[in-house]
Design a protein around this ligand. Structure first.
Ligand code: AHR
Length: 658
């Protein structure tokens, strides 16, 4: 080939490469739909030991001896007896420790915690117990933080003695300091030598340093991970546990408020939902209850969003036809009253309403400003709309300002979904909750999902979603990348989608039932998954308004020859910035030209954030918690042109200071 032909061929090649360089048109002047403050948020459910054994700071399992086997979680020794005439009517059981009659035979109890108790060197722990001396006078017992598997001489590494006096039940407290770090420790209680009998109830141990220092508080690293998300909304308490396997085991918020000692135990359906991940000691203490959920929402700056039972116990387990596990419409009033009372608990005047007064008595006289309530979780079939209607009528009548969320069933499309949406429209609910746990292919194809949604009907709450990878991959980077791709479509359609919450949230490494999950933990450590960092990038950069962004006149949503590229853009009024998010799901690096239309010519300070991984199956772990995190560097943008190189399988975000 001659030199001239080679040059011509090269020119032709680069011209075709030029022609193929995607050129995005970003209109920086035309503010589109406002992005709701609630947009990216948190879904909380006590699954995977997310509450008891997780976020809830309590370290003692079965602290009130109310599990069906009173000693689940405990090893009693010596002379002991379970009794049931204790001081708390909803948790009547307690333990009597008696003198064995021999100085060297001890009576006591040892608690195993949740997969062990995690103790940190230098940290303090608040032990508390309700106790009395049944025969009057004084009794003494020792409290010990132990490491039963130590190779050292002594199992106990911190100890205190508690003196109990008199026949009346009283609360006793002592603070113990740990001088070592132990991930699977125990709490041991031993009647002191020569002591007479003692009765013990509600045996509790909390780290002193809880999130925001609340005594009935939350584990700090886990709550901090929630705060760090900057969530717009906090949905609680689930999930399927709202519905119950039967009506008696549904989540009843009234049982979760008031003194913790008298909140009755409920079973946790996740203890048996999957027989191949079976956890017979999984119960709900309700120590983390509705007051704590509202308070946490306030402290992390998220709108509270409670989900309540619609009188249908879990339809997966009981079917969607009426049965004795579903409430008939004419018997629904107590369920509806629970919702009306909940609104009073959250927002009412303590001088006028007993539930509002309870809120004040629990330490929050000011209202929680509840604005949303979801009625029913994953419901479907004919009876859901029948049951929902009287709830909607009564809530609307009494609290027209409350926004009601209805369900579209467990699937992102299909018969139930198609049937429910028109019903929700007819009922004029404000938002419809959509759930999608879907494979990679679904996320790749769903960029345009919300482009053609009805703009006039109810808004969308994408209440549970996660990319479930094929094969044995779970919280790997690629799943997070595809979630990011999909989320650009959510963001572009902010006039339809008002909020979106990834699910589930937490998982104990030794006690999970469901994966992937956003945040993983053991007794001492935690890590944030790749999906967490995607959620965080979107939540921190959600903007205040959508900006129109097109490629060849179409939204950038990864379809029809769009080279696996997904993109969205927003304007943030608080700091006058333009934010562009681009996700390249392809195997190839992509060069893109972005025309920043409407932006004055000149140099602008900007930042470039990149989230990528050397291995698509790679994930963060307890040992390498920050292996895959986004990186940010400064950038100067010479407007109106913004040439961008987006690596293969990467998420890139540019934030331009106007
Ligand atoms: O997030 C786990 C479960 O998935 C939720 O409890 C339920 O709503 C859905 O089926």
């Amino acid at each position: 080939m001659s030199k001239l032909t080679t040059t011509l061929a090269m020119l032709a090649l680069s011209a075709s490469a030029m022609a193929q360089t995607p050129t995005f048109e970003l209109n920086t002047k035309k503010l589109g739909a406002p992005v709701q403050k609630t947009m990216y948020g948190i879904f909380f459910e006590d699954i995977n030991y997310a509450a008891d054994g997780g976020l809830y700071g309590e370290l003692v399992k079965n602290r009130s001896f109310e599990f069906p086997n009173a000693f689940t979680g405990w090893v009693p020794f010596g002379k002991f007896e379970v009794r049931n005439d204790g001081p708390f009517d909803k948790n009547p059981h307690y333990v009597r420790l008696g003198n064995s009659g021999h100085n060297d035979k001890y009576s006591g109890l040892e608690n195993e915690g949740f997969f062990g108790i995690g103790y940190e060197q230098g940290a303090e722990y608040r032990f508390s117990v309700w106790a009395r001396v049944p025969n009057g006078g004084e009794a003494k017992f020792r409290v010990m933080l132990c490491n039963p598997s130590t190779q050292g001489e002594r199992q106990q590494f911190s100890e205190a003695t508690v003196s109990v006096s008199g026949q009346d039940w009283k609360k006793y407290e002592v603070v113990l300091k740990s001088n070592q770090t132990v991930d699977k420790g125990t709490l041991r209680i031993m009647l002191s030598r020569g002591s007479q009998s003692v009765d013990l109830e509600h045996v509790s141990l909390f780290p002193k340093d809880t999130y925001k220092g609340h005594e009935n508080g939350m584990r700090k690293d886990l709550a901090q991970a929630l705060e760090d998300l900057h969530p717009g909304v906090f949905r609680f308490p689930g999930g399927c546990i709202v519905e119950g396997t039967d009506l008696g085991t549904r989540y009843q918020w009234k049982n979760s408020v008031g003194p913790v000692e008298n909140r009755p135990l409920n079973e946790n359906r996740w203890h048996y939902t999957f027989d191949y991940r079976f956890f017979p000691d999984y119960y709900q203490s309700y120590g983390l209850g509705f007051f704590e959920y509202f308070q946490l929402s306030e402290e992390i700056g998220a709108e509270p969003l409670p989900v309540v039972s619609v009188g249908l116990s879990c339809e997966f387990q009981n079917g969607s036809e009426r049965s004795d596990r579903h409430v008939d419409v004419d018997a629904l009033q107590p369920y509806i009253d629970d919702v009306l009372d909940l609104i009073e608990f959250a927002n009412g005047d303590p001088a006028k309403n007993k539930w509002a007064k309870l809120r004040a008595d629990m330490g929050h006289p000011a209202p929680f400003n509840l604005k949303y309530v979801a009625i029913g979780n994953e419901q479907w079939g004919k009876i859901y709309p029948e049951n929902l209607k009287p709830f909607v009528d009564q809530v609307r009548k009494k609290y027209p300002e409350i926004r009601i969320i209805g369900s579209s069933g467990p699937n992102s499309e299909g018969k139930d979904f198609e049937e429910l949406w028109p019903e929700m429209r007819k009922m004029k609910v404000d938002l419809v909750d959509e759930h999608f746990y879907r494979p990679e292919s679904w996320f790749l194809a769903s960029g345009p999902r919300y482009d053609n949604y009805d703009r006039k009907g109810p808004k969308v709450f994408a209440g549970e979603y996660a990319c479930h990878g094929r094969g044995k991959k779970w919280n790997h980077f690629e799943a997070a990348l595809l979630e990011a791709a999909f989320m650009t479509g959510v963001e572009r359609n902010a006039d339809v989608v008002e909020m979106a919450t990834y699910a589930p949230l937490f998982a104990h490494i030794d006690g999970w039932q469901w994966r992937p999950d956003l945040i993983w933990f053991d007794n001492l450590r935690s890590f944030r998954s790749c999906s967490y960092y995607v959620q965080q990038l979107f939540a921190h950069n959600k903007g205040s308004n959508v900006l129109p962004l097109t490629w060849n006149g179409k939204p950038v949503e990864g379809i029809e020859g769009q080279l696996g590229l997904f993109a969205s853009s927003v304007y943030e009024k608080s700091d006058n910035s333009i934010i562009l998010k681009v996700v390249n799901t392809s195997e190839k690096e992509q060069r893109i030209n972005v025309n920043l239309n409407g932006l004055k010519k000149g140099a602008y300070a900007a930042t470039l954030t990149t989230y990528t991984a050397d291995n698509m199956d790679g994930e963060n772990t307890l040992d390498e918690p920050t292996k895959y995190v986004p990186t940010t560097s400064p950038l100067t943008v010479n407007a109106p042109a913004l040439p961008l190189t987006v690596g293969a399988k990467s998420f890139v975000m540019v934030k331009i200071q106007k």
